[in-house]
Design a protein around this ligand. Structure first.
Ligand code: F6R
Length: 620
């Protein structure tokens, strides 16, 4: 959350480069946007910013004649904000300056001790313009710069005073010289360099337009950008070399193409994502999974006595399904917890615990903190993650990369099903490594996984989607939604409810179908839509009984799944091809994603940028 960009070009103008970067990062926060440009005429830094979307910033730029030669504009920074301290407004928009005009700063993160620092600065006569914690940083650096003269030294001298976490970039123009410096502790920051200039961004998506070789700063690092490259120093001030990561996707893949929304595009990519994530890892024998190239060979998975799954949001739902899979296929006891809860527990982890952290971005603050706690308590860390080079990946002993490609829609879709596919692979590998899963059973799961690609395709045909649109139209005036599932499809119910509420703002709850009678059944009336997820399999009869209890009380039931009897017992149904019970969540999720999408579309919601949300939650 919050997107940061910066560029130091060999020749200007830098403004369109910064704006293009911000547009790519707008999904990280859309409360305000702004730029700071090295101003060749006034010998200072010019800040232009606006509340709201980047379109407002475009308008403001059009109204603001830059009375200096655009060709001189070769260094600048930009920011797109997800508000933490202070409401969305022009004054709270980044970049923030100090008392004078020589520098401006952009920040992602939270400075926890900003009230003390602010009070100290105020008592020294500093006047604050915004309610943000970030403005404190601009004033501190400005004062330090007066003494140090060098921006790297000035930034370094204040970092020790900060509590909290930050990715920041500062632009200084003084005496005809531009200085551009960045620093990171917590939220990500990456750099790349080309013959045309050097770039920084809080997300590699904003860098791939320039280069597919990117370098992530480590925690505590400070970087200095110049037109011909960058230098990095570690937390102790020593020059540091950081390995470059090759980004697998290109900027076209991160574009919308002909699709109306990223979410729809990403839903339709799911069959290909399954193939990319699974097929290359199925061993030639067809009865095992080969992770040898992924830091998961050797003994990382040997001797696992217990698995602790940790994640947030949609990734947590994938983790809950992973727990059923690991227990069911590998016979290893598995617990699951919200990362935000786990990080403050005193966990009693038995020897041989594998901490399995699941994250699309690999930068979720709670998941990273929980993972570190698990490691501190003796666990080995394995991650399922979509972003190579992310903090989560770099800190893990073993990694299963999901090859979902860039996920831009704030509501996670393809990353979720890729996480489920990865969990299946991991469960099979764990089962085979301890021989708790027979070769025959492993082969059955893996060959069905191959067939799943075309089964997914059958849920994305024009006719199927038309049925879902029709269903969305007839349910959009309902007062509320319940999603019910059991076993491996219980987390699918949670995910169906989350998708609907986050993009359509309709109230929706996911529940374990068997728990209904212990309270929520009181909610049932004809205004309540109840989606019952029921896959053919051992629990189908039980779920059917739960469904009948809802029907008997006048609830409006929609059955989703492959259980033939449930599908014929309801007037409204979305049939899903039959598959193995373990794999059924991958299919059952798709109609629920499409239903949420179409309800939100009918209600005129901003699907890719739902209110109050932002992708990649890098603050606590
Ligand atoms: C919901 C959604 C969020 C994320 C959660 C974790 O659609 O996307 O709930 O799943 O914020 O994010 P990652 O997976 O990046 O750790």
């Amino acid at each position: 959350m919050c997107g940061i960009v910066g560029a130091f070009l060999a020749t200007g103008p830098v403004t369109p480069v910064l704006l293009d970067g911000l547009r790519v990062l707008e999904y990280r926060g859309y409360d305000s946007a702004g730029l700071a440009l090295a101003d060749g005429t006034s010998q200072g830094v010019r800040v232009i910013k606006s509340e709201g979307r980047i379109a407002n910033l475009d308008n403001r730029l059009a109204e603001t004649p830059l009375d200096f030669d655009a060709e001189d504009l070769c260094a600048g920074i930009g920011h797109t904000r997800w508000a933490t301290h202070g409401p969305p407004s022009d004054v709270n928009a980044h970049p923030h300056g100090g008392t004078g005009t020589r520098l401006a700063l952009v920040h992602n993160g939270i400075i926890e001790n900003y009230t003390e620092l602010k009070a100290e600065l105020q008592s020294a006569g500093v006047t604050f313009r915004s309610d943000t914690d970030s403005e404190v940083l601009a004033h501190l650096i400005e004062r330090a710069l007066e003494e140090a003269g060098d921006l790297v030294e000035a930034v370094r001298s204040i970092l020790g005073r900060l509590e909290g976490y930050y990715a920041l970039a500062v632009l200084d123009r003084h005496g005809g010289r531009n200085q551009l410096v960045c620093a990171r502790s917590g939220p990500p920051l990456a750099l790349c360099s080309t013959p045309g200039g050097t770039y920084l961004a809080s997300d590699i998506l904003a860098l791939v337009a320039h280069s597919n070789r990117v370098v992530f700063l480590d925690d505590g690092d400070i970087g200095r950008l110049q037109a011909n490259g960058f230098e990095i120093w570690d937390k102790d001030g020593r020059p540091a070399e950081r390995l470059a990561t090759t980004v697998e996707f290109n900027s076209a893949e991160a574009g919308l193409g002909h699709w109306p929304h990223f979410m729809l595009k990403e839903i339709f990519e799911q069959p290909d994502v399954l193939a990319r994530t699974a097929f290359g890892r199925i061993a030639a024998s067809g009865d095992d999974v080969d992770f040898e190239d992924e830091r998961l060979g050797g003994d990382t998975l040997a001797d696992v006595q217990r698995v602790q799954v940790i994640a947030c949001g949609t990734a947590l739902h994938a983790g809950q399904i992973a727990a059923y899979l690991i227990e069911g296929l590998a016979g290893i006891p598995t617990d699951v917890d919200f990362a935000s809860e786990f990080r403050y527990r005193s966990p009693c982890l038995v020897p041989g615990t594998l901490a399995l952290c699941i994250s699309q971005s690999g930068e979720t603050a709670d998941t990273l903190a929980a993972a570190r706690l698990a490691v501190k308590h003796g666990a080995r860390l394995v991650s399922i993650c979509n972003v190579d080079g992310s903090s989560q990946v770099r800190e893990s002993e073993g990694v299963v990369l999901t090859h979902a490609g860039p996920e831009i829609g704030v509501a996670s879709t393809k990353a979720f099903t890729a996480q489920l596919v990865s969990a299946v692979l991991l469960a099979v590998r764990l089962g085979r490594s301890r021989e708790s899963l027979s070769r025959e059973d492993a082969a059955e799961v893996l060959s069905e996984l191959r067939i799943l690609r075309s089964k997914m395709g059958s849920l994305l045909t024009k006719e199927y989607v038309e049925d879902i649109k029709h269903l969305a139209r007839s349910h959009m005036e309902q007062t509320g939604f319940l999603f019910l599932g059991r076993g491996v499809n219980f987390p699918v119910a949670l995910e169906g409810a989350l998708k609907l509420k986050e993009i359509s703002y309709m109230h929706a709850e996911g529940y374990a179908a068997g728990e209904m009678k212990h309270g929520p059944i009181a909610l049932i009336d004809s205004g309540m839509s109840v989606f019952v997820i029921n896959a053919a399999g051992p629990l189908a009869g039980k779920v059917r009984a739960n469904m009948e209890q809802v029907q008997a009380r006048g609830g409006r039931v929609v059955c989703v799944g492959s259980d033939p009897e449930s599908l014929t017992a309801t007037e409204e149904a979305l049939a899903v091809p039959e598959t193995l019970e373990w794999l059924s969540p991958i299919l059952n999720t798709i109609p629920l994603q499409l239903f949420a999408y179409h309800v939100a579309r009918l209600r005129g919601c901003d699907i890719d940028k739902p209110r109050n949300l932002a992708k990649s939650v890098t603050v606590e």
